[in-house]
Design a protein around this ligand. Sequence first.
Ligand code: SF4
Length: 355
Amino acid sequence: MILAKVSKKEASAFRRKLLSWYGENRRDLPWRREADPYRIWLSEVMLQQTRVETVIPYYERFLTAYPDLIALAAAPQDDVLKIWEGLGYYSRARNFLQAVREVREQYGGCVPENPEDFGGLRGVGEYTRAAVGSIAFGRPLAVVDGNVKRVICRLFAIENDPEKSSVKKEISRMAEELLDRVHPGDYNQAIMELGALVCSPRSPRCAGCPVSEHCAAFAQGIAERLPVKSRKKPPPVVSLAAVLIMREGRCLVRQRTEEKLLHGLWEFPNVERGEGTVLYEAFADLLGCPVQLGEEIMRLSHTFSHLRWEITVFMGEMRAAAQLAPAWVAAGRAQLAGMAFPVVYRPLLDYLKQA
Ligand code: SF4
């Protein structure tokens, strides 16, 4: 029977099949062996916008360094960012650290069970609130992530753009109706697992799907073209020039202070290249003293969700006695190894190791 409208009977048959499939097919992931809310929360933060295979080693390293909430709450942000280095979306790490400190101060170190309290912590959005609430505390909260959206669009043959706010609302309502209120944690993980393993974006494996008889898109033969996607414009390119300046075997770096992007990570001197930018002048303004630019050593690029960086890196020199603007430090190899840099600079750090 198709889930065109969710009757109680159909919804319950759907849940039964989904949960039974999950019981037999779920992947053995480290956070699924955990009951500690702090560890479950960490996994949910890391898994946002990031693949499971990428997350596993980060998750394990993180817990080796900070096995419990109190250990993390006492950690310096720089150390936490270093462990997060390469996982991206660094505001997740900063917010998680801040939220964990709030838990230590306001809730005696115990992750609050009440969804309202938990949802009031720094960086905890709807998804994290529902995921941690249901998995760690058995609260009947439906998660809606990319996998769930896709599965629901197909189950109900929704042919409108799921990013539109009216459609988003409808999907959330359907997710609520389908939720198993007795086993919300398992149910939420089951529907996400179905999206990850069976109802995949490009080629859904409908023939082996445990809920195919409830699926409108399968019945209509339109599963592969759902959910519909609005065409996204490519992100704007920001063209930058960076310079590698060595002083007695150490190179100049500073910690980023820009609130929105990569705050707290380290960077090499860099300037945006607009029309008419005179590079040596722009670097002199940035560093507080004249810089002589040498040969180009490499080109780097990185695409964020909202923009793309293209960076040309030059060798540079400055007088040994030049007075630098505040914030710039000359770091040796050992120091650099302990600093967290945006992933775009990895080739440059490798270059320095070999230099
Ligand atoms: Fe997805 Fe196909 Fe299963 Fe429908 S039948 S939920 S489209 S895998």
